[in-house]
Write a protein that binds this ligand. Structure first.
Ligand code: GLC
Length: 455
């Protein structure tokens, strides 16, 4: 656990005294009015924040169509191409990922430095990627692949020390009782224009119960699709309280994350951000305030697509991914980096290569990320800070001069070293703060990390 570190920050307008203690659990009551997370849950939140980095996996029967040539349409193809249910169901019978090897996957993900994975157990198309007894629209049926992907993955995760989270779509384009329809899934699917909404929620909760009881301890759930009803009364009819209670009763440590893009509801344990660093909003989704009442997590694609895309080769460079991860850590956020496995069960080779490069980076710089919290100096044009015990890590992502003055005052510095090689660098306390003398060659790194030990 991180001990309190009292640091004064020099800002243009006033000097702020930041008491950077662990997450202020006492303030949970404000937005989370009736919800008090259990002891196990609070511990799991700490674990989660320490872990910092996870791999997101969008894999389903849609992976076979690989977006049909439209980058961005992968897991949405049923909707974008208006494929009727009886036709789309064929994908469940042709999905045959014979090269799927859970151990290989998990070892590959682990090689990136990630500590957990979050995989689509059911996406908007309604197809369960595990053996569901309450549905015959699932991967383990006889006329389907016939194996329980989630079981295999969980066994591999346990073996290799990785935590498993399930993505689960509340929105469902297949279930007849998902009615009234929301902003998507209108008209084309071949469902009756009637249905019993509560029956659908019962079905959803029955599936969640299966995922909570048949796969041992899980990290938690990552919900998506709430926004399908954001513009109608059904946004209040998801029965979230009941669903979240079910989860916390069966697995108190399981973290509830919901990608609804609004202020967290009671019962939620992590606030997610999609395609943006917390506090930024380039995607248009992220208009909500960043909470300080629970951990936060940013999810991002490695190219522009969640599911496997035939045509989307716009892969972000390792530098860009690392810099985003560091930017997230400096904002006290986890980073969930997505891959869309191919329909034969392999991970795209481009991604596997990037994992290796990220893992190499973590071997050198891991101490400045794992187990840290956002540092006392907020994001700056030059980079961010993280902290752990009495160490303050200055992450210099974009700076051209050898002297960088960070607005720290009133601290007694014991040492300043480069994390890359442990070498000391010189520094000076000036009027503007702590002036660090960074060797120019360090500034060519993805992230020049200076470790400042505070007395
Ligand atoms: C959006 C997309 C969905 C994807 C999710 C991941 O909600 O609609 O397909 O799974 O983002 O963050």
């Amino acid at each position: 656990m991180t001990s309190p570190l009292k640091i004064k920050i020099k800002s243009k307008f006033k000097t702020l005294v930041i008491l950077s203690s662990i997450m202020a659990l006492t303030s949970i009551a404000t937005a989370q009015e009736t919800y008090v997370p259990s002891k196990e849950n609070v511990e799991a939140r700490e674990w989660f924040q320490d872990a910092k980095f996870g791999i997101f996996i969008h894999w389903g029967v849609y992976s076979q169509l690989a977006g049909g040539g439209n980058p961005g349409g992968e897991e949405w193809i049923m909707e974008t191409e208006q494929i009727p249910i009886d036709k789309y169901e064929r994908l469940g019978t042709t999905f045959n990922p014979v090269k799927f090897d859970a151990d290989e996957w998990v070892l590959g993900f682990k090689s990136s430095g990630a500590k957990y994975i979050t995989i689509t157990s059911k996406h908007h198309d309604g197809f369960a990627m595990y053996d569901s007894a309450v549905s015959d629209y699932d991967i383990a049926e006889e006329n389907s692949f016939g194996r329980d992907i989630m079981k295999e993955l969980k066994a591999a995760c346990d073996k290799h020390g990785i935590k498993l989270f399930f993505y689960y779509s509340q929105l469902d384009w297949h279930h007849p009782d998902y009615y009234p329809r929301g902003g998507s899934g209108q008209g084309y699917t071949g469902r009756p224009m009637s249905g019993d909404w509560d029956k659908y929620i019962d079905y959803q909760n029955a599936q969640l119960k299966e995922l909570l009881t048949n796969y041992g301890d899980i990290g938690g759930f990552w919900f998506d699709g709430w926004w399908d009803h954001r513009n109608d009364d059904y946004k209040e009819r998801w029965r979230l309280e009941e669903t979240y209670k079910l989860i916390h009763d069966l697995q108190p440590h399981a973290l509830v994350i919901n990608n609804h893009h609004v202020t967290p509801y009671p019962g939620e344990d992590v606030q997610p951000f999609e395609q943006d660093l917390p506090g930024e909003n380039h995607s248009g989704f992220n208009t909500m305030e960043v909470t300080d009442e629970m951990p936060i997590e940013m999810a991002q694609t490695m190219n522009g697509s969640w599911g496997f895309s035939l045509t989307d080769d716009a892969f972000k460079s390792t530098k860009e991914l690392i810099q985003t991860l560091v930017g997230a850590a400096g904002r006290n956020s986890n980073y969930l980096m997505n891959t869309g496995p191919m329909s034969d069960g392999r991970i795209q080779p481009e991604n596997v290569q990037t994992y290796k490069e990220m893992g190499e980076w973590f071997k050198v710089y891991g101490e400045s990320i794992y187990g840290t919290r956002g540092g006392p100096i907020g994001p700056r044009p030059w980079g961010v800070t993280t902290r752990k015990d009495n160490a303050l890590y200055v992450h210099v992502l974009d700076w051209k001069d050898s002297i960088l003055t960070v607005p720290l005052e009133g601290v007694e510095v014991a040492s300043a070293t480069l994390v890359r090689n442990g070498k000391s660098i010189s520094y000076e306390i000036t009027n503007g703060g702590l002036a660090l003398n960074i060797p120019m060659e360090e500034l060519n790194e993805f992230d020049a990390v200076i470790k400042i030990m505070i007395k």
